[in-house]
Write a protein that binds this ligand. Structure first.
Ligand code: HEM
Length: 472
């Protein structure tokens, strides 16, 4: 028997109604182009996109279906809101695409780091970095998170205070930077500086991604300053690393992952190493912060669910700090996390640019087309999920394993370029959430819906503040 909350499809299967299109599209000589707005309507959609990217993709999907295309000023932007289309682009035809708007527009930051590199260069980096992550034991991540939770947070006040308004976003960011500094870089990072400057780069990259003529975007001094500040933070990480015993750390399973990553390069290239470090500045914490903040916000809005989660953690962990082996028994906690990742996936959009003509869900995608795959919409598809827009963690409670829930929600993407650190990230966010809920009670200051900021990650528009009290 399937429960009312069961997803109605698990991802890779073709969406209903697209099989016929596939046949039409793939017939010799027939090219079926994705529908989209024309003439003045296209300009209207373009301005919606510039104003509000999330509203733009929603309107495209509502108006033209799960695969649609905005053609304007010589540019084509395809919006893909189907799991089968995502699969076509990211798995079946992954070699026909390179990274697209947004990430590619932040090239000054990432250079040829793992997020943006291509071809043989990417393959070499990927296997080195995946190897480095596979050596990080889950218990080491949990220990590291516990240490970060024990460090007094500046915005929390003295330990004796029982209840305070806390900037949750800043707090989680300081924890995520702490974990990244310890396990990946082996040295502390100035979280405030890096966060501030990443926000500047993100603003610029998003503006450029939606510009009609990206190459004409004027040089922007604030961007140069931000890149310079991030580079000097990366220089400091690299210099501290080089001062250390990198040869010793390289093969040590408990050494920082950076040692293995950098030492595995074929030759020493300082600028390449800095690009990789700057890539990790963003990739290693932005999505983690978004996931944890959304999860805590969901719990703060639902006090009784929060108590149930706390009770589960108390029972399973027997009053002691959570360990990695506990996570598979924390069924409700895990369900809340997956429901959060379904409704507010940190990577709300995945972009690509077609480098050769290909087919997506039966539609022809000419070379040069930019494509935006929208997990935010795929995860809210009411043909796949009952009561798709409601927060109903129970839909995941019966999922036998974390693996099956991950396979349905796919927070870490699809195919060869999916998240290189997905296991690391899953352990980290589970440990942060379980550790925090065990120790603290979270209350929302306001019950109003939190406005969204769809940037690199789907974040709240402003830092989220909550009243936090110590659980007695
Ligand atoms: C909740 C946390 C996270 C989520 C939801 C997430 C999600 C994703 C997704 C969806 C992609 C694929 C993007 C694409 O196809 O264009 C990706 C790629 C990547 N992620 Fe994560 N990520 C998370 C945490 C992390 C962490 C903690 C790290 C590093 C410490 C990391 C490093 C990377 C890197 C380097 C890539 C690029 C991989 C490649 O292109 O080969 N991520 N991530």
């Amino acid at each position: 028997m399937t429960s009312n909350f069961e997803p109605r499809g698990c991802g890779d299967e073709r969406e209903s109604g697209t099989e016929d299109m596939d046949r039409i599209g793939e017939a010799p000589g027939r090219k079926l182009l994705a529908p989209g707005p024309n003439g003045l309507q296209a300009f209207h959609f373009y301005f919606v996109m510039r104003r509000d990217r999330l509203s733009f993709v929603k309107r495209m999907a509502d108006g033209f279906g799960k695969v649609s295309c905005l053609r304007i000023g010589g540019r084509s932007l395809m919006v893909v809101a189907s799991a089968s289309g995502a699969n076509d682009i990211l798995v079946r035809n992954s070699t026909s695409f390179r990274k697209g708007p947004g990430v590619a527009d932040a090239e000054l930051l990432f250079g040829e780091g793992l997020l943006t590199s291509q071809g043989a260069k990417w393959a070499g980096q990927r296997s080195a970095i995946a190897g480095a992550f596979s050596k990080i034991d889950a218990d080491r991540i949990v220990d590291c998170v516990q240490c970060q939770l024990d460090i007094p947070f500046d915005g929390w006040g003295t330990q004796t205070e029982q209840s305070r308004n806390v900037n949750i976003t800043e707090w989680i960011a300081s924890i995520a930077f702490g974990v990244m500094g310890t396990l990946i870089f082996g040295t502390a990072i100035d979280a405030t500086t890096v966060r501030h400057n990443l926000a500047v780069v993100e603003y610029y990259a998003m503006r450029r991604a939606v510009a009609m003529f990206p190459k004409l975007t004027p040089h922007w001094p604030a961007l140069s300053h931000a890149i310079a500040a991030l580079n000097s933070a990366a220089e400091s990480v690299l210099d501290k690393h080089l001062l250390g015993h990198r040869e010793v750390q390289k093969d040590r399973v408990d050494g920082p992952a950076l040692a293995a990553v950098l030492e595995s390069s074929m030759r020493y290239d300082r600028s390449e190493h800095l690009e990789q470090i700057r890539t990790f500045f963003l990739a290693g914490q932005d999505n983690v912060v978004a996931a944890v903040v959304w999860c805590l916000a969901a719990l703060a809005e639902r006090p009784s669910l929060q108590e149930q989660v706390r009770e589960e953690i108390h029972v399973v962990c027997d009053g002691r700090p959570p360990r990695a082996f506990h996570f598979r028994q924390l069924k409700l906690t895990r369900s809340v996390l997956f429901e959060t990742l379904r409704l507010n996936p940190p990577v709300w959009a995945i972009t690509r640019t077609a480098i050769k003509e290909t087919m997506v869900d039966g539609f022809s995608v000419p070379a040069g087309t930019d494509v935006v795959i929208v997990p935010y919409l795929i995860n809210r598809d009411d043909l796949r999920w009952s009561r798709a827009n409601e927060f109903l963690p129970d839909r995941f409670v019966d999922k036998a394993t974390v693996k099956s829930a991950r396979g349905i929600v796919r927070p870490f993407g699809y195919g060869p370029r999916s998240c290189v650190a997905s296991d690391f990230a899953m352990t980290e966010i589970s440990a942060i959430i379980a550790g925090l809920v065990q120790k603290y009670r979270f209350v929302c200051k306001t019950s109003q819906t939190i406005p969204l900021n769809p940037g690199f990650a789907l974040k709240p528009q402003a830092d989220v503040t909550m009243t936090v009290s110590v659980v007695s």
